[in-house]
Design a protein around this ligand. Structure first.
Ligand code: NAD
Ligand code: 13P
Length: 352
């Protein structure tokens, strides 16, 4: 009678919603232990209280997901080591820039028999080249890591509006099915595909395209322009993914993690919203400043991903092939004005 114990590493906007989804299923399904541990990066609220204490007393993440009950079986824990020590299913969902540090702290601290999944949209660039976050987790911790990505604006799923998601797995279909079980609800439909890299690159790269869509919105260029930018962006997403990993499948781009996530993020995401403000200000206020002012502690992934992608393009001599990706980064760092998004991206990439 073996019950899987789940720990969620991360408790931001999506981390909190993921915990809520999972907690509703661990109560319902006998193969999972009821309690879900959620690691919280501790902070002191303006009231002087600790965020963890408030989550545990109110059952709400009052800072990152106010107004939503997480489920009584979600237990917030500020101690990373303690939070993971008994778990055999680990769900990673923090902004990607914190994952290297988190993995370093977890080395030697997790159970032998652990499965992981990453909900994190982003990548690292190392001396050897790009490293997806699921690979970072796998390599640093010596565990198998699936991914879950999709058209998943957290605040909409929090109020149980219907959406879909994609689990990407490497070899073991049974493990992918277990993750599908853990996340699926009548309003959250999860499909598994055997293409970890494709799924993760879709989730990662669409944040760069969302910045481009935000620039177009800030410049009030209209729907046709925005659709053109999304199309060019999708094409670059596919070309870049396939150049990095020849195993990436075309069909993955038609799953929720592909075109659907691109659309929702370009319509309603945080990257789009802050990029719109950036363009409205003519690029005179930095993304860091706008992020701090507009997102109350939540983090953008697109700006650092654009830099990381640019580094890879530069190293490999591919800058010319990806004018939209390259231009987004050059706008973010102030080398080009926001209007360059259209002037520079309309040159056709040479890859199908
Ligand atoms: P968020 O943007 O709400 O991020 C803030 C989180 O980062 C908080 O939990 C905060 O405590 C934590 N944090 C701050 N400083 C830290 C540090 N030094 N070390 C560790 N943690 C620190 O987070 P989120 O929305 O849950 O996003 C996590 C991942 O999920 C991202 O990769 C994002 O792209 C992805 N995602 C988000 C959404 C969404 O709608 N929010 C949807 C799908 C995927
Ligand atoms: P933003 O981080 O731009 O809000 O995108 C959220 C997301 O990934 C939706 O699937």
């Amino acid at each position: 009678n073996y019950e899987s114990k789940v720990t969620v590493v991360g408790s931001g906007n999506w981390g909190s919603v993921a915990s809520k989804l999972i907690a509703s299923n661990t109560l319902r399904l006998s193969s999972f232990h009821d309690e879900v541990r959620m690691w919280v990066y501790e902070e002191i609220l303006p009231s002087g209280e600790k965020l963890t204490d408030v989550i545990n007393s109110t059952n709400e993440n009052v800072k990152y997901l106010p107004g939503i009950k997480l489920g009584k079986n979600v237990v917030a824990d500020p101690d990373l080591e303690n939070a993971v020590k008994d778990a055999n299913m680990l769900v990673f969902v923090t902004p990607h820039q914190f994952m290297e540090g988190i993995c370093r702290k977890l080395v030697g601290k997790i159970n032998g028999d652990v499965q992981a999944i990453s909900l994190i949209k982003g990548m690292e660039v190392k001396m050897e080249g790009p490293c997806m976050i699921s690979s970072l987790i796998s390599e640093q911790l010596g565990i198998n890591c699936c991914v879950l990505m999709g058209a998943n604006i957290a605040n909409e799923i929090a109020v149980e509006k219907f959406s879909e998601a994609t689990v990407g797995y490497r070899e073991n279909r049974e493990i992918a099915e277990k993750w599908v079980q853990l996340f699926s609800t009548p309003y959250f439909l999860v499909t598994a595909v055997q293409d970890v890299e494709g799924v993760e690159l879709c989730g990662t790269l669409k944040n760069v395209v969302a910045l481009a869509a935000g620039f177009v919105d800030g410049l009030e260029m209209g729907n046709n322009t925005k659709a053109a930018i999304m199309r060019i962006g999708l094409r670059e997403m596919k070309a870049f993914s396939k150049l990095l990993f020849s195993s990436v499948k075309d069909t993955t781009f038609f799953e929720s993690c592909g075109v659907a996530d691109l659309i929702t993020t370009c319509l309603g995401g945080r990257n789009r919203k802050v990029a719109e403000a950036f363009a409205k200000n003519g690029g005179k206020r930095s993304f860091d400043e706008l992020e701090a002012e507009m997102l109350q502690g939540q983090k953008l992934q697109g700006v650092s991903t654009a830099r990381e992608v640019y580094e890879v393009l530069g190293h490999r001599g591919w800058l010319e092939l990806f004018p939209l990706f390259a231009t987004v980064h050059e706008i973010c760092i102030g080398r080009l004005p926001p209007s360059a998004i259209v002037e520079h991206s309309e040159r056709k990439p040479r890859f199908e």
